[in-house]
Ligand binder design. Structure first.
Ligand code: DMJ
Length: 640
């Protein structure tokens, strides 16, 4: 299709710009000559202008550079043309002035020579054909790419390797449990293999349409979210060929220099968390290097008036912004409050304190703020540093902030007492205002909205059962209480599964009069392969070894197999109360990162990823406990 000609105001038609190769060779030669002439003319006019400007520019030394009155103090009082003044202000003609003139003359000559050289080079360039110039540009580009590759391969400073025990094993002694574990591994293979065939390199898979899928949290680029998220699960399941396949894709194709706006939180928990875990488990440097490259791209998100990061950042331009729906452009507690684990590891591995400082700054800011009823609201405006709406939730928008306070303490080998205290304070306020018992005796966590408790609990909030159990040890003399609370939440969430047709839990459920642990609105009846309930079963299993948790986990696995498995992978379902549910046609990356990993661990021995050596990030990526007592996060002088 030809581009339409432009019609200027004079009515004369300007021919369309022809950027492609012209059709007549003779015409091409004439054009190139006149182009060259015009270019040369412009170039020489520009150089003459610059050269002249140098002589006619006002003497900048006459103007103060600062309005702050600091120059008199910091810069010796010298006037270039008139010579130096003595302290009384009288002119001093002498060797100084002479030296200054010589220096100026030398500079002029240099500028003249540089310009002549540039002119010569430009003339030479213009003698070359378009193809030659293109080839030269390409060579330059290749050089830059090569240099970047060399930089990428440069090893980071060595740090002491944390205790990595328990990265293999966990073979169950019991035959029945072993079979169940094998079944989970087979489900993982089904999910991975289909993604490999139909969605490779895309962020996620549409298992029914059998093609790639993505949402705006990953931006517009294909960043292989499922590959990065699944790596450590593949590793612990012993799926090493698949792991290597993923590694190869990351080496060859994972590129962060893309014009793509991503969620800082999601990229941190899935990509940085996934890459760091893959690095620790396999020891392959490439994962560490990629994690650091990506983290550098997230840093501009922290350039806000308060240092509270934007929710989204463009990986290329570094421009950040917030979600429009989040309380007048606020940042979200569960997003900016879920960076600590990964960022501390980044500082540990690179010896660069920048990441550590960013998250500690957030913590300091939060510590200084008033909390209504001791509760952290879900929204904080990064421009003003003020809370947005007074909504508090342990489910979506709040959840992993509390989780990371506890895990910061665990990850520091229980030395970060400040984090532990913040966790204990927060949990006490939550228990006081948000946790209630229903008429039927089910303990639930509601949502606090402007002083009013909404008796609704999200699937996301079900992770808290595991969190309470994990935080029981080390609490303010209430270990038994928190373990019990964790078990009660696990029971409630199991009920939310058990009261459906599919034995899979809804996105959120109510406690209203006769309604208990059941979704009411159609829009809340879906299940999108989420992990939180199974996560809680696993933590409770580890701390109590009560067989009910394996039983409940197995029920969930069977239901997923029966209702979510399709020939092209696994899909979420739109209504857990319907025995013939429609599929949503999305295989979420967290299904491979979390749901299947927690199920696999539930049917493994406790020696696989033991909890005194590993702390799982909120996307179930295991990171080792750091023994920081003798280490400073601004680098470790002992080993560098
Ligand atoms: C995961 O991406 C993470 O667990 C996150 O913290 C919230 N929930 C999703 C899966 O449901």
């Amino acid at each position: 299709m030809t581009a339409p000609a432009l019609l200027p105001l004079s009515g004369r038609r300007i021919p369309p710009l022809n950027l492609g190769p012209p059709s007549f060779p003779h015409h091409r030669a004439t054009l190139r000559l006149s182009e060259k002439f015009i270019l040369l003319l412009i170039l020489s006019a520009f150089i003459t202008l610059c050269f002249g400007a140098f002589f006619f520019l006002p003497d900048s030394s006459k103007h103060k550079r600062f309005d702050l009155g600091l120059e008199d103090v910091l810069i010796p009082h010298v006037d270039a043309h008139k010579g130096a003044k003595n302290p009384e202000g009288f002119l001093i003609h002498g060797p100084d002035e002479h030296r200054h003139r010589e220096e100026e003359e030398r500079l002029r000559n240099k500028i003249r020579a540089d310009h002549e050289k540039a002119l010569e080079e430009a003339k030479e360039k213009l003698k070359k054909s378009r193809e030659e110039i293109r080839a030269e540009i390409q060579t330059e580009k290749n050089k830059v790419v090569q240099e970047m590759k060399i930089k990428e391969k440069k090893p980071l400073p060595p740090v002491p390797i944390p205790n990595l025990s328990g990265i293999n094993g966990g073979d169950p002694e019991d035959d029945d449990i072993r079979k169940k574990r094998e079944k989970i591994k087979e489900m993982m293979k089904h999910a991975w293999d289909n993604y490999r065939i139909y969605g490779w390199g895309h962020n996620e898979l549409r298992p029914i349409a059998k093609k790639g899928h993505s949402t705006n949290i990953f931006g517009s680029s294909q960043m292989g979210a499922t590959i990065v998220d699944a790596l450590d699960t593949l590793y612990i399941m012993g799926l090493h060929d698949e792991f290597r396949d993923g590694q190869k894709w990351i080496e060859d194709s994972l590129d962060f220099s893309v014009n793509s706006e991503v969620s800082v939180f999601e990229v941190n928990i899935r990509f940085i968390g996934g890459l760091l875990a893959a690095y620790y488990l396999s020891g392959e440097e490439i994962f560490k290097i990629k994690a650091v490259q990506l983290a550098e791209k997230l840093l501009p998100a922290f350039n806000t008036p308060t240092g509270i990061p934007w929710a989204m950042v463009n990986l290329k331009s570094g421009v950040g912004r917030n979600w429009g729906w989040a309380s007048a452009g606020s940042s979200i507690l569960a997003e900016f409050g879920t960076l600590h684990m990964e960022f501390v590891h980044l500082s540990y591995l690179t010896g660069d304190p920048v990441y550590y400082k960013k998250v500690m700054h957030i913590r300091r800011l939060l510590q200084k703020m008033d909390r209504p009823n001791g509760l952290y609201p879900n929204y904080l405006n990064p421009r003003t540093g003020r809370w947005g709406q007074y909504h508090t939730s342990v489910g979506g928008l709040g959840d992993s902030f509390y989780e990371y306070l506890l895990k910061a303490w665990l990850m520091s080998d229980k030395t970060d007492l400040e984090a532990r205290n913040m966790y204990d304070d927060a949990i006490e306020a939550i228990e006081k205002h948000l946790i209630k018992k229903s008429h039927g005796g089910l303990t639930f966590i509601g949502e606090w909205k402007n002083g009013h408790l909404e008796k609704k609990m999200g699937h996301l909030a079900c992770f808290a059962g595991g969190m309470f159990a994990l935080g029981a040890d080390g609490s303010r003399n209430k270990a038994g209480h928190y373990l019990e609370l964790g078990a009660e939440i696990a029971r409630t969430c199991h009920e939310s599964y058990d009261r459906t047709a599919l034995k899979l839990g809804p996105e959120s459920f109510k406690f209203d009069g006769a309604v208990e642990a059941v979704a009411v609105r159609q829009a809340e009846k879906y299940y999108i392969l989420r992990p939180e309930v199974i996560e809680t079963y696993w933590y409770l299993w580890r701390f109590t070894h009560d067989p009910r948790y394996r039983q409940w986990g197995w029920e969930a696995a069977l239901a997923i197999e029966k209702y979510c498995r399709v020939s092209g992978g696994f899909s979420g379902v739109k209504d857990v109360y319907s025995s013939t549910p429609a599929h949503d046609d999305v295989q979420q990356s967290f299904f491979l990162a979390e749901t299947l990993k927690y199920l696999y661990l539930l049917f493994s021995g406790d020696d696989l990823l033991p909890l005194d050596h590993w702390v799982f990030n909120t996307e179930a990526h295991p990171l080792p406990v750091l023994h920081l007592a003798n280490t400073t996060l601004s680098g470790n002088p002992a080993v560098r």
